[in-house]
Every structure is written in structure tokens, then in C-alpha cells.
Design a protein around this ligand. Structure first.
Ligand code: HEM
Length: 509
């Protein structure tokens, strides 16, 4: 029956109107005029939802005749239940491949990100283990990380110093995002994949190519629904011709990191020897592009929040100024840095929605006993962005601070609460069987970058508002534009030489 709610149970979503409604930010589905505003599309689902008091307040669905329904939920209980039930078991949800069609065209569809069922399980076995905590936190691996990282920072600082000398100024306005992105790619390529690629080449060739590919992925998913081959479209469109060149650069980068496999450098030794390069290739591409995107997002958001919060910048500084070696132990003791990182991922999650699909009619039960029956074929968007920003879940009465405020203190408060702390999941790395396998690597990279950034610079945002831009991931809309000032070596630094080690230009090459 037209108009009948296809969902059942005591936690039932309510229907959102398909067509234009005055005051609504945009239509509740992507089309060529709104696809670059994905957070507005999610917003459209919850337009006037706060006026509701039932389960429709946080659970909404779209019903287009002749198509499976689309469920959008910002209800943490439902999000958690669906994430827990995603995997390769009978009746489990799949990761919906519809929104990531462009990613599969860019990397191949035999990946951990795109695969489902037994194919996903197999991919997870062969590709995910090297990222695990046990292999990553071995001391030799860790030293390699730190070493590359310091070298990179040193080179960046040499450029900055030169600039300051030339201008005679003590301050510099800079968009941090491009710098962080190159740094992240270098860490991944060099430390993880044991491949040496010149910084300038990364910055001028591979980072721009990957950036355009990420942009292309979003556009291609919406505009090229019929999946015309890129080589064909390249004959008619300059944009697709550029994409062809960028994809060639991506292939070249993948070849270069795979070549290092035989050397056993980096974490290559942790991959199983019997698995041929060809079986890993697509996943390596996912790691290169996806990890770069996610770690850049996470680090730039953290810097962006701290640039608007002098108090927390100083708290983190006081904590990291004495850290000399950034070992896992030292990092885990940096409580304030930990709160800042946690709060960043809550308020501004890098992956802002997680797509799922019901393969069969499925009944989910939340931890507090509510049930929702979801029809077969339903496309599900787990709207982490809005779940994490709603007063009902993260507001004053629950955490002591407003949900939309950057308040790292809330984690201190939650840590002292007994019992329900574990219920406060922000899903920044997902949850359940398909939780991010790069979580430890990513956390480490971001903690290193932010820790040293705070240690070396005072920084202040240029724009007061911290707006978002969103594509495959979210990032600060202003490119993390800050005014930087070099800090003086401080009494808290552990050795006199430490400042020199970090700041002096590297003359070894
Ligand atoms: C530090 C920043 C990172 C963040 C915030 C992040 C976030 C996430 C999230 C939320 C998911 C779950 C997606 C879903 O449930 O649909 C995920 C999955 C994934 N992440 Fe990450 N990630 C980060 C870093 C990395 C790194 C460094 C790598 C690899 C080198 C990586 C590789 C993956 C892969 C392959 C998946 C898919 C796993 C599967 O479906 O089994 N991520 N990530």
C-alpha cells in the first residue's frame, strides 16, 4: 500500500517528504546540484524532527515508489546495533556499496572497503593484520615512524624559517591542510610501505593527483550513474581527461610501494608472503587514498579546534613539551591530548556517515531493548555527524557540556562516571566487525603530528567559525588557515639539544 510504513517494531522511523518543502535545506537525496553539500542532504532528513518525541525524532526514512526505502538514523542505539550486526554471518547487514561506487571504480572492487560476505572476510585476513596494535607498536617499527616524522618536520621548518627570515616577520599565515597531507602521505609511504619518495614529488605530483581523484570519486558516483568508462568520457570532458592522468599517477604510486615489498622494509614483512602482489593491489590503493584522506581530516580538525581554543592548546603544550620520544607509553600518558583527540572525532568525525544495506528482512534490537524491523534491500545511512551533535545524546544533561561545543573536558567527566561510559560511542572509527583496521596507525600518526605541531608553534585561527566541507570525508572548510608563530625553546624541554634536533634545518642531504 502506498504510504504504509515498511518498518515495524517499537522503534519505527517516520517518513520524510520526498519533494520540496519550504525551509528544508535541500532535497533528501543527492543530485547534480546538491551533491557537494552532503551534510545538508542528511540535514534534510531531520528537518523539523526535533518537534517529534517518538522514535521518528532520530530515525527517518525516504520512500520512493518502486525503490527500496532509505533509512537514515542519528540514534546511537540503532547505529550501534546495526554496526554490531554488520558482517558475513547469516542475516548480517552488508556495507552498502551504492555510495562508494566511485571508490570501487578508483581502486577496484576486490577491497576491504567495498567487499561484503566471504570476500570481505578473506580481504580482512590478508590485508588488515599488519595494521594491528601488536605489529605496529613493536619498538623497531615505532622508531622508523618517529625518525621519518622528525626528518619531515625539520624540512618543513627549514622552509618556514627561510620565509620568516626573508620577510623579517615572526608570524606566518598558512593553510595547514596541504602541509599535513604531504606529511601524512610521506609517513604512510615511507614508514609503512618502506618506500623512499622525494618530498617534493609527493607534494607536487602524488598529493594533487590523489586530491583530484578523491574529488572525482564523489562526482563520478553521482554524475556517472551508468558507469561509462573513464577513457571514453575523457574524449569529451577535460575533467575526465585530467582524471585519466591522475589515475595513471595513482597506478605509478601503487607500483612504487609494491616494489618495496621484496625489500621487507616498513611493515611489508607483516603481510603473508604467499599472498601475491596482485591480490593486495586494490587494498593498497584503498590504504593509500583512504588513509591519507582520513588521517588528514583527523589531524586538520584537531589543529583547527585548538586554533580556536587557546586554553586547550596550552594544556596540550604543557603536556607534550616534555615528551621527547613519542613512544606509545608517553602518548598514552598524555591525557589532555587524548581528550582533545577524542572530542575532535566526536564533534567532527572524519567519516560522517556509514552506509549499510539489509540483505534480508532484519530485526535489530538496541541495548536498551527497543526493536526495529527493517525490510530487505533497505539502504541505511548511519548518520554519525548528526548523532554526535545532538543534545539528546551528548548534551549538557548527559555529558555536562553542550553537544555542539568543542569541550575536551567532557571526556574527563565521562571517565569519572561509573558504568555507562562505555555507552558513549562516537563511532569515529566505526564499531563491530568492520571497525577501522587502521585505527592504531591513524591514531598514532595524528597524535604525532598534533603533538609536535603544538610543541613547535603557537597558532590562532584566522576565521572565528569552524565551518565544514564534506566529500569522502569531512575537513575544516578554510583549509585550516592559521597564523603561526614559532615557540621559543622552553624550560620543560627535556634536553637542550632537543629543540635543535627538531628545529635546525637538516643538512644531511
Ligand atoms: C585516523 C584516521 C582514520 C579514521 C577516522 C578512520 C575511520 C574509519 C571508519 C569510521 C571506518 C568504518 C567504516 C564503516 O563502518 O563503514 C573505517 C574503516 C576502514 N578503514 Fe579507517 N580510519 C582512519 C584511518 C585509517 C587508516 C590509517 C587505514 C589504513 C591504512 C584505514 C583503513 C580502513 C579500511 C580498509 C576500512 C574498511 C574496513 C572494513 O570494512 O572491514 N583507516 N575507517
Amino acid at each position: 500500500m502506498i504510504g504504509a510504513n515498511p518498518f515495524d517494531g517499537d522503534c519505527r522511523p517516520t517518513r520524510v517528504p520526498l519533494l520540496f518543502k519550504s525551509g528544508r535545506p535541500c532535497l533528501p537525496f543527492p543530485h547534480p546540484w546538491n551533491f557537494q553539500r552532503p551534510i545538508d542532504i542528511l540535514d534534510a532528513y531531520f528537518w523539523r524532527a526535533d518537534e517529534e518525541s517518538g522514535s521518528g525524532r532520530h530515525n527517518r526514512y525516504l520512500d520512493v515508489p518502486g525503490m527500496p526505502p532509505v533509512l537514515v538514523t542519528r540514534d546511537p542505539g540503532v547505529i550501534r546495533a546495526i554496526l554490531t550486526a554488520t558482517g558475513d554471518r547469516e542475516g548480517h547487514f552488508d556495507r552498502d556499496t551504492l555510495p562508494s561506487t566511485g571508490i570501487a571504480r578508483a581502486t577496484g572492487d576486490d577491497t576491504l572497503l567495498f567487499g561484503n560476505g566471504s570476500m570481505w572476510r578473506q580481504q580482512r585476513k590478508v590485508s588488515a593484520a599488519p595494521f594491528g596494535k601488536t605489529s605496529l607498536f613493536q619498538i623497531d617499527v615505532f622508531f622508523e615512524f618517529e625518525d621519518t616524522f622528525r626528518n619531515t618536520v625539520r624540512k618543513r621548518l627549514a622552509v618556514l624559517r627561510q620565509h620568516l627570515l626573508e620577510t623579517g616577520s615572526s608570524r606566518l599565515q598558512i593553510a595547514v591542510e596541504p602541509e599535513i597531507k604531504t606529511l601524512m602521505l610521506e609517513m604512510l609511504v615511507e614508514c609503512f610501505f618502506g618506500t623512499s619518495i622525494d618530498y617534493q614529488e609527493l607534494q607536487e605530483v602524488y598529493v594533487p593527483a590523489l586530491e583530484r581523484i578523491i574529488d572525482h570519486i564523489v562526482r563520478d558516483t553521482v554524475i556517472n550513474r551508468l558507469g561509462f568508462p573513464r577513457s571514453l568520457l575523457a574524449r569529451f570532458s577535460r575533467r575526465y581527461a585530467q582524471a585519466n592522468r591522475d589515475f595513471a599517477a595513482f597506478e605509478e604510486l601503487t607500483d612504487r610501494v609494491l616494489t618495496a615489498r621484496s625489500s621487507g622494509r616498513g611493515l611489508w614483512k607483516k603481510f603473508r608472503a604467499e599472498v601475491p602482489d596482485a591480490a593486495l593491489r586494490s587494498n593498497i590503493k584503498v590504504f593509500l587514498a583512504g588513509a591519507l584522506e582520513a588521517t588528514t581530516s583527523y589531524a586538520t580538525w584537531t589543529i583547527s579546534h585548538l586554533a580556536r581554543n587557546e586554553l586547550w592548546q596550552e594544556k596540550v603544550f604543557r603536556e607534550v613539551e616534555a615528551i621527547a620520544d613519542y613512544s606509545p607509553e608517553q602518548l598514552s600518558e598524555a591525557r589532555h591530548l587524548g581528550f582533545v583527540l577524542e572530542e575532535t572525532l566526536r564533534l567532527t568525525p572524519s567519516l560522517y556517515f556509514l552506509p549499510r544495506k539489509a540483505t534480508v528482512p532484519t530485526r535489530v534490537q538496541t541495548a536498551d531493548g527497543r526493536e526495529m524491523s527493517i525490510p530487505e534491500g533497505t539502504h541505511i545511512l548511519l548518520d554519525v555527524w548528526h548523532a554526535n551533535r545532538h543534545e539528546d545524546h551528548w548534551g549538557e544533561s548527559v555529558t555536562g557540556f553542550s553537544a555542539t561545543e568543542f569541550a575536551p573536558d567532557r571526556w574527563d567527566k565521562l571517565a569519572t562516571q561509573k558504568g555507562p561510559t562505555k555507552e558513549h560511542l562516537h563511532f569515529g572509527f566505526g564499531h563491530g566487525p568492520r571497525v577501522c583496521p587502521g585505527k592504531h596507525l591513524g591514531q598514532l600518526e595524528v597524535a604525532l603530528v598534533v603533538g609536535v605541531f603544538v610543541k613547535l608553534f603557537h597558532f590562532r585561527a584566522i576565521h572565528p567559525d569552524n565551518e565544514v566541507k564534506a566529500g569522502v570525508s569531512t575537513k575544516p572548510a578554510d583549509g585550516t588557515l592559521v597564523e603561526l608563530e614559532l615557540r621559543e625553546p622552553s624550560a620543560g624541554m627535556t634536553t637542550e639539544n632537543e629543540w635543535d634536533t627538531i628545529v635546525k634545518p637538516d643538512t644531511s642531504d
